[in-house]
Design a protein around this ligand. Structure first.
Ligand code: PMP
Length: 437
């Protein structure tokens, strides 16, 4: 059992100065019963060390980017070299070409790319580019998919057949909200209806092709094929948000995922990337078809810029991370460990009579406290949040760090070892036994 007096002290202090004590709301423990989040001071490999010197096995992995474990020597060396060479120039560098070529060789739909600083920026700009290209205003998105915090995509994570314009955040004008149409994930009929009604005004259909934001959720066979066909029929572009899925399951994106036999390799018009491609430093990227990307300044009329964009530290870190991931067997090993862990957790839950749905996609999985399958946001909402909160805390007490949200996935890294998995299996079994009482 861990004790965390220093975290509690720091949280009290942070609350005086930083709004909510955290710099991203997902870090607060609000969704798991409140109280002080854990303040970490160091991370190495698969482990976190908090300010009270407790060690945790990390499955949060910074919400996705840390796929090689913390402080991987190859990435650390690249960042150190970058720091010693000056971290920001405001000029082009050769490094940017190297990373752009690496992305292009792994993601065939990218003719041209542009680097930005976050997934939010990448997505936000794909929408602008799609609007510039199609000269239309509306976008269709899917309920529960998170695409960063820009105005347009913070709209309408709600449910229902297809909803128009309900902001998820204060501060978003209804005029902006009314440009967004939301359809349930995996619902081609809903998409068809939305396109029949608003199709002539739709610039783009935006989707997380494999969902990472209400658990790990696969598209049903045919969903993405249907989505792309319908969008194109309506004259809209297809935007894939691969900020989480890029380089998560294999070396590439869902677009090239031959390992999913039920899914055709579809090339979207635009793709948004982030997270893993920066190896843990801030990054985003977007790219796609040449004629679409040529809408972007300085070639075209769609403006997008960035003081920090393509900075040598982030780019060097990203190149080094992809170099690690290119090594043979890297993904297969994460898959095997995740399979062992996810299967054991499900077995424990069954043994203790705790309803649990585990959605695993290769080296990543989500745990939903419910008996039904999770294929869309309504189903993901309809789970036992109290049971998750209790599970989360019981795991934390045993030195296992998960994301403090019932919607988030567990991420494996190249640094997790068999012994970590065994410890986690034991901890989960304890937690589920206590939950069953
Ligand atoms: N798109 C997806 C699918 C995401 O999961 C996220 C972040 N969780 C974003 C966009 C936004 O990325 P960032 O936090 O880097 O702005």
């Amino acid at each position: 059992t861990t004790s965390r007096p220093r975290s509690e002290q720091l949280y009290a202090e942070a609350l005086q100065h930083i709004v909510g004590g955290v710099n991203s709301p997902s870090r607060s423990f609000k969704a798991v019963g409140g109280g002080a989040p854990v303040f970490m001071k160091r991370a190495q490999g698969a482990y976190f060390y908090d300010v009270d010197d407790n060690r945790y096995i990390d499955y949060l992995c910074a919400y996705g980017p840390i796929i090689t474990g913390h402080a991987h020597p190859h990435i650390t060396a690249a960042i150190t070299r970058a720091a010693e060479s000056g971290v920001l120039y405001g000029t082009p560098t050769e490094l940017e070409i190297t990373l752009a070529k690496k992305l292009k060789s792994a993601i065939p739909s990218l003719d041209k790319v542009r680097f930005v600083n976050s997934g939010t920026e990448a997505v936000m700009t794909t929408i602008r580019v799609a609007r510039a290209y199609t000269k239309r205003n509306k976008i269709i998105k899917f309920a529960g998919c998170y695409h960063g915090h820009s105005d347009l995509v913070l709209v309408a994570a709600g449910s229902g057949p297809s909803t128009l314009g309900i902001p998820d955040s204060a501060g978003i004008p209804t005029s902006i909200a009314s440009e967004v149409i939301t359809v349930p994930f995996n619902d081609l009929d809903g998409l068809k209806q939305a396109l029949e009604r608003w199709g002539d005004d739709v610039a783009a259909v935006m989707v997380e092709p494999i969902v990472g934001n209400f658990g790990m959720v696969m598209p049903k066979p045919g969903f993405l094929e249907g989505l792309c066909a319908m969008a194109r029929e309506a004259g809209a572009l297809v935007i894939y948000d691969e900020v989480i899925t890029g380089f998560r399951f294999h070396y590439g994106t869902s677009q090239t995922f031959g390992a999913f036999p039920d899914h055709a390799a579809i090339e979207p018009d635009l793709t948004a990337l982030g997270k893993i491609i920066g190896g843990g430093l801030p990054i985003g990227a977007y790219g796609g078809r040449k004629d679409v990307m040529e809408q972007v300044a300085p070639l075209g009329p769609a403006y997008q810029a960035g003081t920090m964009a393509g900075n040598p530290a982030s780019i060097s870190s990203g190149i080094a991370c992809l170099e690690v991931l290119e090594q043979p067997g890297v993904y297969e090993r994460m898959d095997l460990l995740a399979a062992k862990l996810a299967d054991a957790i499900k077995d424990s839950a069954d043994r203790h009579g705790v309803p649990l749905t585990v959605n695993r996609i290769r080296g990543s999985f989500s745990t939903h406290f419910c008996a039904h399958p999770i294929t869309n946001y309504d189903e993901a909402q309809d789970t036992d949040g109290k049971a998750f909160a209790q599970f989360f805390r019981l795991m934390l007490e045993q030195g296992i760090c998960l994301a403090p949200s019932k919607y988030e996935a567990w991420f494996l890294t190249t640094a997790h070892a068999e012994a970590d998995i065994d410890l986690t299996i034991e901890a989960a079994d304890n937690a589920l036994r206590q939950l069953a009482r």
